[in-house]
Design a protein around this ligand. Structure first.
Ligand code: SF4
Length: 270
């Protein structure tokens, strides 16, 4: 496995050479679950998006974990299949951490969302690995899932000088916080009623032309979102003021209209 972030860190801050060290113990890459939401060309685990019989229960995983510890295993890389499809993945991870293992999570990344990112952080993994096979076309071809690479929220981070575009962020985007930064930009953009809103008179969603131009990026299946309606459903609370209107948006039951884009230049103070 080639770790890009580690490679770049070594280039900028090389680890000093030391004498020969005995390894602390075996490394176990543990395929905890066979189920996976992708069907990569190179998959060796013969996965599919179904529940396979014979998977270890939580108690059985704990028993194996005890055996691995007794054997002197130092490192557990929790993998699959897609490990985030195990409902008990965080329970297993916390126990592994409390037992003193170096614990990694090896995920295809497509199921890391705002709903579970705090849980992932709370475990305190020593390493979280997300596989990238190349840039978008290469990655999606290998993963056999259009949109596996793309994140449509990038459109809320791209600016021009016109009034209609998303606001310029006050800080640089950094890899370690990119997901949170993109999410904040998304919330800012969707919360701006001059650009996106539910019209109570017409009972329609009136949204930025950005969603029309880049619709295919929102329809691409990223994070299980396959339509623009599903995307707006996740943010219904930002787009409407009342519970019934939000429920209608969440149900995908309102028409979508695209507002004219305001190409006038921002009137920046000098
Ligand atoms: S993400 Fe991993 S487990 Fe899932 S299909 Fe691809 S290679 Fe197989």
């Amino acid at each position: 496995m080639f770790r890009v972030s580690q490679f770049m860190q070594e280039l900028s801050q090389p680890t000093p050479l030391v004498g020969r060290r005995d390894p602390p113990g075996p490394v176990v890459i543990w395929n905890l679950i066979r189920r996976c939401n992708l069907t990569c060309q190179h998959c060796y685990s013969i996965s599919a998006d179904v529940d396979f019989p014979g998977e270890l229960s939580t108690a059985e995983v704990f028993t194996v974990m005890d055996d691995l510890k007794a054997y002197g295993v130092a490192v557990l890389i929790l993998s699959g299949g897609e490990p985030l499809l195990r409902p008990d993945i965080f329970e297993i991870s916390r126990r592994a951490k409390s037992m003193g293992f170096y614990v990694g999570l090896s995920s295809n990344g497509t199921l890391i969302t705002n709903d579970n990112i705090a849980d992932i952080e709370a475990v305190g993994y020593d390493y979280v690995g997300v596989s990238l096979d190349g840039m978008r076309d290469t990655h999606d071809r290998f993963r056999r899932k259009p949109g596996a690479f793309d994140d449509p929220r990038i459109h809320f981070a791209v600016n021009c000088a016109s009034i209609g575009c998303p606001v310029l962020r006050e800080e640089a985007y950094v890899a370690s916080r990119l997901d949170a930064q993109l999410e904040e930009q998304t919330i800012r953009f969707l919360s701006d009623r001059s650009r996106n809103r539910y019209n109570v008179n017409t009972q329609a969603l009136e949204v930025s032309k950005v969603f029309d131009w880049y619709r295919k990026d929102f329809d691409s299946g990223l994070h299980a979102i396959e339509t623009l309606q599903e995307f707006f459903a996740m943010y219904a609370h930002l787009l409407a003021d009342t519970a019934p209107d939000r429920r209608a948006i969440s149900a995908g039951a309102v028409p979508i209209r695209f507002l004219d884009y305001d190409w006038n230049l921002n009137d920046a103070e000098r």
